[in-house]
Each structure stands twice: as structure tokens, then as C-alpha cells.
Write a protein that binds this ligand. Structure first.
Ligand code: ADP
Length: 546
């Protein structure tokens, strides 16, 4: 017997339709790449997205075609996403921080036919375009007045381009399983791999994301995604914000502490989302200038582990709740979000911090397990490490063009490449990437835990731990530190600070000081580059061991 309820496909453009009907006047405020703040509404975004769809059609773009965007978070980028998906085409966000070789690789692999490009990236693409044969046209996200002289193929200013059509268009009807978007994983090893989101997965993911124990987003909020749309499906905020009708504040190209602070305050932002490096810059700016936050109530922090000191500062000094989250491009991207479940009772502040250091529990639609190297489940005791495996309706089942082969185990679980513990209440904590964990004398040392501890020292700006070869123990931890500006710090100070807070055998064998730690295109510490830099390093303790 079938249920007798109505059915319609879960399509991305239904989200912007809903926003335009129910919350049509709600603002979308952007820092434009040209400079000034720009204000529009969901109603206008939808109207102009229809023009985008119609105009793309006139350029010969059809359902299933990939359309690239190389752009910051602005209203035009948002309109482009809805215009592309409303035509049945597929948005393909490209991370401009990737190496030019990688950008060429993924644009060719995806066979992008048209590219929306921000003014910032025009020079980059001009140099690359000979290597991008599939792209027939470049639409520069600006108006005629700001359009640069450019050699880009069939280049046109976005405003002029959409003005050529009247917007009399009906969204295309599609199967909800049709592709809506693509995002390539950065691929620290091997070539980047394409993750292909469907309309259905985007809509379901956003419904899951807005819930109270996730983003906790409502029509009364103003959200600012500092995380760029090109990072892991923009954490789905381009869909989850209009779904609730909350105000949307887009920071454009300026992600420095001062610019982010200015928008948080001037636009009354209540909820924000981004990677820890962005918050380091914001906190440093606020500290240096004695500033406070007057409206922000919640910060979603993920992409790499959020240090304890950062959670503490947000919560204690600025009265902002931190929601520590974990996810992956392959998961649309939310995998878990940390909250204080009632099971924990009423912990004191230190206890709250202990819990918030965890990346949290899986929301509905995500299932997770931890397994040993033989694939056997390990217990949820908060102590036993295992490989973190996930499955769910917003998790990739394969990469574009079958790259990487079969990526699921026989039960349909995807191996995340992360190592984690899960506590008895279901809160997961990442201890490492499988390839970064340090194996010392057969035992595992969590580099994330050591980094978190070191960064809690008041003179430390950033810390990274890598395993370095050791004749007796195979690998031992080397702690790499960037001191805070104008601070001098000694190795002994750091070691003394860490003493008693970790098992003795976890203590780094040495500490080195550097001016800068390299980051990946998505703001993660680039451990491969650090390992390369210190590949010939020998520990002072090593002579004794040999
Ligand atoms: P990319 O691989 O392209 O840099 P992703 O965002 O897909 O971008 O990376 C996913 C990986 O990021 C996860 O597998 C995990 O290793 C790491 N990660 C994400 N969030 C966290 C977090 N809160 N704590 C620790 N690691 C995280």
C-alpha cells in the first residue's frame, strides 16, 4: 500500500522560490568585489537567477552541462548558482587558491563549458585559458563600468549579459537525483576528485543543516558564511539560508579580521561559519583593538580542528557559542556537529570545553562507525581510535568519472581517511588524518591533540606537529611553532607548559620556530609540505638513541 501524499522532486530552485514567496524582502548584503556594500533581496536574487538560466540557455548551455564559477561569496555568485541549477545545468565551484595546474586539470576533467569569474581572478584565468579548451565563454561578475580590457574568450560583463533577456523563464523540471553541483576535493595526494551533488542531496542536506542542533538557523537570524562557496559546497549555506529566510551577509573578497569584524557588527550578524584560520585573524584583530561583538551568538567552526583556546575565547570573552563541526566535500559537507547532550549532565566550563573539543555527533541522515585496520568495529568508549567510516543520503557513492574506483565498503560505508574516537553518547573526536597520525613504537600519537595544547600557550599563534623518523621509535613528534607577533618564546617554556597535560611519551622530542606554517587551498595545515621541509631533520635526542 502506498502513502497518499503529494510528491514533488526535491529541487534546488524550490528553495529560492520559497525564499522569494515567504521571505521575499529579506536582505542579501554583499561586500562587492568592486568595493562598496551591495544590498538585494531573495525576491530579486530569484528574478535575476531566472535571467541567468534563460541567458545560459541562449548561450547553448543545456541540462547536465557543467558551468564553472571562480568567485567569492557575493549576490552574483548566488544568482549564478540558482540560475545554473534552475536550467538543469551543474555548478562547478573552483577553488582559486589551487595551483594553476590543478585548476586546469579540474576544469578539463569536468569539461566546463562556461565560466563565471570574479574580477580578482581575471588575470589568473587569462594566463590559463589556453589550457582550458572546453570553456567557450567567460562571464565576468561585474558591470560594464568595471569591465576590464581582457583577452578572455567571448568575455562579457555579467550585468550586460543578463540584461539581454527578460527573465520570462520557467525552471526546468528535473528528476531530483539529477546532478546540481560539483566540487573537487583538494587532493593532497593524487589528482583532485570530483564530488557530484544532486538536487535531492542538496535539499535534504540543507534541511538537516538548519536544525537547532546543527546550524540552529531561523528567519530571525543573519548568517555570514565566511567559508567560501568554493569550499566543500559552501557548507550548503547558499541553500540553508534562503530555506529559513534568514538575512544573508556575504563577505566577498575581504576575509581579513578587520573586514570580517566590520560586517559582523554593521549587519547585525547572529551566526557565522568558517575555518579556524579565519577566526584566528578575527580574534587577533579584536584583541589588538579592544573590540567586542554585539550581535553574534553562534560560530560554526570546522574544516580543521578547532583549538580549545579558540573555543574558550569565543565563549568566555565574546559570549559566542562555538559549534564545532566536522565534514568533508564528499559529505555535502556536514558529518557531525558538537552539542552538549543532556547525557553529560551539567558540566562546569572546563567540562564544556572538553566536550566542545569533540567534532560532535552525526545529525539525521548521517551514520558513522569507527573500525580497526581489519574493518572490525571498535567500541564507542571515547578512547579507542579507529578509522572513521560514514554513510548517508548526502554522502558520495562514487567520484566523477569513476575516479578512485569503488569507494564504499560492502555495507556502503565511505572511509573518510580520518582517525577518530566516539564517546558513549555518540560524540566523535578526530584524532588525526590517517596519514598524519604518528606511530611511535607501535602506539599512536594524535598530532591534533598536541597542536591544540601548544596553541593554548599565550605566546603561540599557530602550531603543527609532524612525525619525524626516529631510529628507535620509528617516528617521534616534532612541534613546529609560529610565535605571536613580537613575542619571543623558548623551547623549554613550551615543554613546561605541556608537561602534565599529556602522557609523557607523547611529549614532542623537539620544538622548532618558524615564521609561517603553509596552508592548503582550504585553510588546512599542509603537513606534506612541512614533512618535506623537515625531512632531513634529526632530533637532538637521536644521537643518544643510536
Ligand atoms: P579538502 O580535502 O578539499 O581540503 P574537505 O573540507 O573536504 O576539503 O576536507 C575534509 C577533511 O578535513 C576531513 O576529512 C578532516 O580530515 C578535516 N576536517 C574537517 N573538519 C574538521 C574538524 N572539525 N576537525 C578536524 N579535522 C577536520
Amino acid at each position: 500500500m502506498l502513502g497518499l501524499m503529494q510528491d514533488w522532486p526535491l529541487l534546488c530552485h524550490r528553495v529560492i522560490d520559497h525564499a522569494a514567496i515567504q521571505h521575499g524582502g529579506r536582505e542579501v548584503v554583499s561586500r562587492s568585489v568592486e568595493g562598496p556594500l551591495h544590498r538585494t533581496t531573495y525576491r530579486e536574487v530569484r528574478r535575476r537567477a531566472m535571467q541567468v538560466a534563460q541567458r545560459l540557455g541562449r548561450d547553448g548551455i543545456k541540462a547536465g552541462d557543467r558551468v564553472a564559477t571562480l568567485a567569492w561569496n557575493t549576490w552574483r555568485h548566488l544568482e549564478a548558482w540558482y540560475g545554473i541549477t534552475g536550467l538543469g545545468a551543474v555548478y562547478h565551484t573552483i577553488n582559486p587558491r589551487l595551483f594553476p595546474d590543478q585548476i586546469a586539470y579540474i576544469a578539463n576533467h569536468a569539461e566546463d563549458r562556461l565560466m563565471f569569474v570574479d574580477l580578482t581572478f581575471v588575470p589568473l584565468v587569462e594566463k590559463l585559458q589556453e589550457r582550458l579548451p572546453t570553456i567557450e565563454r567567460y562571464v565576468v561578475l561585474t558591470d560594464a563600468a568595471h569591465m576590464p580590457q581582457t583577452s578572455l574568450r567571448n568575455a562579457v560583463a555579467y550585468e550586460e549579459w543578463i540584461a539581454e533577456v527578460d527573465g520570462d523563464f520557467a525552471w526546468v523540471t528535473l528528476d531530483e537525483n539529477a546532478a546540481a553541483g560539483m566540487c573537487y576535493t583538494s587532493g593532497t595526494t593524487g589528482n583532485p576528485k570530483g564530488v557530484v551533488y544532486s538536487h535531492r542531496s542538496n535539499v535534504l542536506h540543507s534541511m538537516m543543516a538548519v536544525a537547532p542542533d546543527a546550524f540552529d538557523l531561523s528567519v530571525r537570524d543573519a548568517i555570514m558564511p565566511v567559508v567560501p562557496f568554493f569550499h566543500a559546497n559552501g557548507w550548503s549555506i547558499a541553500f540553508s539560508a534562503p530555506m529559513t529566510g534568514c538575512k544573508l551577509v556575504l563577505p566577498g573578497a575581504k576575509l581579513d579580521g578587520a573586514s570580517v569584524y566590520e560586517l559582523l557588527e554593521s549587519e547585525g550578524v547572529t551566526m557565522t561559519a568558517g575555518v579556524p584560520t579565519v577566526w584566528l585573524a578575527l580574534l587577533a584583530h579584536m584583541e589588538a583593538n579592544g573590540l567586542k561583538l554585539s550581535t553574534l551568538r553562534r560560530a560554526l567552526i570546522g574544516g580543521s580542528a578547532c583549538p580549545r583556546a579558540m573555543i574558550q575565547k569565543f565563549e568566555q570573552t565574546y559570549n559566542v557559542h562555538v559549534a564545532h563541526a566536522w565534514g568533508m566535500t564528499e559529505m555535502s559537507p556536514i558529518g557531525s556537529i558538537c552539542g552538549i547532550k543532556p547525557d553529560y549532565g551539567t558540566p562546569d566550563f572546563e567540562g564544556v570545553l572538553d566536550i566542545k573539543m569533540k567534532q560532535g555527533s552525526a545529525p539525521f541522515t548521517v551514520e558513522m562507525k569507527i573500525a580497526d585496520d581489519a574493518g572490525k568495529d571498535v567500541p564507542w568508549d571515547g578512547k579507542t581510535f579507529g578509522r572513521l567510516m560514514v554513510r548517508g543520503v548526502c554522502v558520495a557513492r562514487e567520484y566523477f568519472r569513476g575516479e578512485g574506483g569503488d569507494i564504499l565498503d560492502p555495507d556502503g560505508f565511505f572511509d573518510t581517511g580520518d582517525v577518530a574516537t566516539i564517546d558513549p553518547y555518540g560524540n566523535m573526536q578526530i584524532t588525526d588524518r590517517a596519514k598524519d597520525v604518528i606511530k611511535s613504537g607501535g602506539e599512536w600519537i594524535s598530532t591534533i591533540e598536541l597542536e591544540n595544547l601548544a596553541v593554548g600557550h599565550p605566546k603561540v599563534a599557530e602550531a603543527a606537529v609532524i612525525g619525524v623518523r626516529h631510529p628507535k621509535w620509528d617516528e617521534r613528534p616534532l612541534l613546529v611553532i609560529v610565535p605571536k607577533k613580537d613575542e619571543k618564546i623558548e623551547k623549554d617554556e613550551i615543554i613546561a607548559f605541556m608537561q602534565g597535560k599529556i602522557a609523557k611519551w607523547w611529549m614532542p622530542d623537539d620544538v622548532v620556530f618558524v615564521d609561517e606554517i603553509p596552508h592548503t587551498a582550504t585553510g588546512k595545515i599542509q603537513k606534506t609540505a612541512l614533512r618535506e621541509r623537515f625531512k632531513d631533520y634529526t632530533f637532538p635526542t637521536q644521537a643518544a638513541a643510536e
